[in-house]
Design a protein. Structure first.
Length: 174
């Protein structure tokens, strides 16, 4: 079993992974690259690196729960992709588009009864940065600034796409 509260150094080779390291602001790009990226070792970016993000302050309330009112007022009219976790579609889940406000209403009213009626819904692969280019929800941690895939999409003039997504949903969704 993974113990997220007791990090220690370990290699992710599928054998004996018992803890995941936390990465602090003192970790350099070179250290991160060698220790985690090159070895494909999972790690957790400490909250100190994300606490100034707009999304951390505005998208959640004081208890750490989603601020549904804020999300609806800012993004309610957006069309978002929603996966039904209870319905398989080939090797994934069946996905449909919904208005963000409709999805948030579903999530806000989620209970066992709701899940039984509508399935387990998860907002998945929302191109948030593409759709809200002027809304700075976060700052990319230094470890991920060498983003060749999004640099490619940013230079294209024939399509408007990216690989920066938002994922969110109620407990039990994925």
């Amino acid at each position: 079993m993974l113990d997220l509260m007791n990090p220690r150094e370990t290699r992710c080779d599928g054998k004996g992974l018992t803890a995941i390291d936390y990465v602090s602001t003192e970790t350099t790009y070179d250290e991160f690259f060698q220790k985690y990226l090159m070895t494909n070792t999972p790690c957790i970016i400490r909250a100190e690196q994300t606490e100034t993000w707009r999304s951390v302050g505005a998208w959640v309330d004081g208890r750490g729960a989603p601020d549904f009112g804020y999300l609806k007022s800012e993004f309610g009219s957006a069309t978002v992709p929603v996966a039904d976790c209870s319905t398989r579609y080939y090797d994934s889940q069946l996905k449909n588009d919904m208005k963000m406000s409709e999805y948030l209403d579903y999530w806000q009213g989620t209970s066992e009864q709701t899940s039984l009626k509508r399935g387990c819904l998860y907002l998945k692969d929302w191109h948030f940065v593409r759709d809200f280019a002027n809304y700075e929800a976060y700052a990319t941690p230094v470890y991920f600034t060498s983003d060749w895939l999004n640099e490619f999409w940013g230079e294209r003039t024939d399509v408007k796409d990216d690989c920066r997504f938002v994922y969110m949903g109620p407990k039990g969704s994925w």
